[in-house]
Write a new protein. Structure first.
Length: 98
């Protein structure tokens, strides 16, 4: 006859091995999905961290500026208090001559 012979039936150990390989491939696909999800979450966390670091730098700069302004204001208050005291003394001397 001109027809090819029937394929040889696979033995059960080959079928079992193929089933295990199919299961392994399916599990690897699931792991790949989980890893992809983790990467997306990691990227979001990294963006948040970078934004926080930028914000921290701005906050530190603003705090330093506020400290400098506070020191300058304290100096101005001291100078103004001295001026008020001098004027009070002068006013007192004018009103009550010695």
């Amino acid at each position: 006859s001109h027809f090819p012979g029937l394929p040889v039936a696979q033995n059960s150990s080959s079928n079992h091995m193929l089933n295990k390989l199919d299961n392994l491939l399916a599990q690897m696909a699931e792991v790949n999905i989980h890893l992809s999800n983790l990467k997306v979450k990691y990227d979001k966390i990294e963006q948040i961290t970078l934004a926080k670091n930028d914000s921290d730098v701005l906050i530190k700069e603003n705090l330093n500026l506020l400290r400098k302004q506070s020191i300058e204001l304290k100096k101005e208050v001291i100078v103004n208090n001295l001026m008020v005291e001098r004027h009070e003394n002068m006013f007192t001397k004018l009103i009550i001559p010695m």
